[in-house]
Write a protein that binds this ligand. Structure first.
Ligand code: SAH
Length: 348
């Protein structure tokens, strides 16, 4: 009978050790295999050259390596690269390489589709199919790291969990992936180079703070007025801005790290002084800075980016309260690789 193979990268080092001992092998083999799987990102047991043929056969008859496959690559005229990533079960997610003069940033997905209904985001149009496993998240980073070296001759410098899905609704797998990315047994990257972006789920933000994680937190705010925020992001009806602020204050007390608010200014939605002042006031409650991000229109064209004078108005009001504010240009728009545009369009 065909035996169900387990994804070996779901196992910890200790679990692989136990497997070897139970099968009459020496436990130190586990370390070697683990290093091939994570640090060296091998896709086949046969390439594990320091492992005997018999041991490789043992592994092959029990496990699979569910490596992702980069199915399609699109390059933007601004240098941005979008990967369509095929998972072992045929589902597809997207990840993006964003090059600047000083950085190579990987923007990666945490779920297939998304269960939240932010009404301005293309990914929200897709049904949430499933969570990504830690290895599937890790592989996206490795793929972009390799592309950075190949196309730009430069190392990967930053990772943002800003692709498809809500990372805090796939909490443990996302944290496990970060563990692997930062561990010397994995990619050995500094957690300071990693940013997790969330719609803001207070309970999970507090849990993360309690675990004393070392990466950065970004929150998609988009409005500091409950009525407007609930209209754009229905999650706000479950946990409002007060609850969110309270969890972010908790985060800051525990981690000492400021939050980045991501904020889009839309025409006739939040482009007036009342909204700008509400944002300034909210920033006064939470140790934070603001990234004003450009809106990337999605197909139905229901929302539009505010005019430049409104962005200036926001900047002035925030700066007059000594709040750090950056205006972010979007990247990769021509290939639907910009924020909120990831929807597997190119692959149907
Ligand atoms: N679920 C997480 C991460 C994915 S979205 C989150 O919500 O933070 C990454 C960022 O893109 C979020 O700030 C999101 O609000 C923003 N975004 C979504 N659609 C967008 C669009 N069409 N234009 C610009 N930003 C968008």
């Amino acid at each position: 009978m065909h035996k169900e193979l387990r994804d070996i990268r779901q196992l910890s080092l200790e679990e692989i050790e136990t497997f070897f001992i139970e099968n009459g092998e020496r436990s130190f083999r586990a370390k070697q295999v683990y290093e091939w799987l994570w640090k060296k990102s091998l896709k086949n047991f046969d390439d594990m050259t320091n492992i005997s043929l018999a041991t490789r056969e043992l592994l092959k008859s029990n496990f699979s390596i569910n490596h992702i496959q980069v199915d399609d690559i699109q390059r933007s005229n601004d240098g941005t690269i979008k990967n369509a990533v095929k998972l072992h079960d045929g589902l597809i997610v997207e990840s993006v390489l964003i090059p600047t003069n000083t950085r190579i940033t990987a923007c990666i997905s945490s779920q297939v589709g998304c269960s939240l209904d932010c009404n301005f985001c293309a990914t929200a149009r897709l049904k949430r199919m499933r969570n990504l496993n830690p290895d599937e998240i890790y592989d996206q980073v490795v793929a972009i790291k390799e592309e950075g070296e190949l196309y730009f001759g430069r190392p990967l410098t930053n990772i943002v969990y800003m692709g498809m899905g809500e990372p805090l609704l796939n909490y443990q797998n996302v944290l496990d992936s970060i563990e692997k990315i930062t561990s010397p047994k994995g990619l050995g990257m500094s957690p300071k180079r990693i940013t997790l972006s969330t719609v803001g789920i207070p309970k999970m933000i507090k849990r993360m703070a309690d675990e004393e994680v070392k990466f950065n937190l970004a929150v998609s705010l988009h409005s500091a007025i409950d009525e407007t925020r609930s209209r754009m992001m229905p999650i706000n009806e479950k946990s409002n801005l007060d609850e969110l602020a309270e969890s972010l204050q908790y985060w800051y007390r525990k981690t000492g790290r400021k939050i980045t608010f991501e904020y889009v200014v839309w025409k006739d939605i939040n482009d007036d002084e009342r909204h700008a002042r509400a944002l300034a006031k909210y920033c006064g409650r939470v140790a934070s800075k603001v990234n004003l991000i450009e809106y990337n229109p999605i197909d139905d064209g229901e929302f539009q980016q505010a005019t430049p004078d409104k962005i200036d108005m926001y900047e002035q009001i925030l700066e007059s309260k000594n709040i750090v504010v950056n205006v972010r240009r979007s990247r990769g728009k021509d290939i639907d690789a910009a924020c909120g545009q990831l929807a597997n369009k190119s692959i149907g």
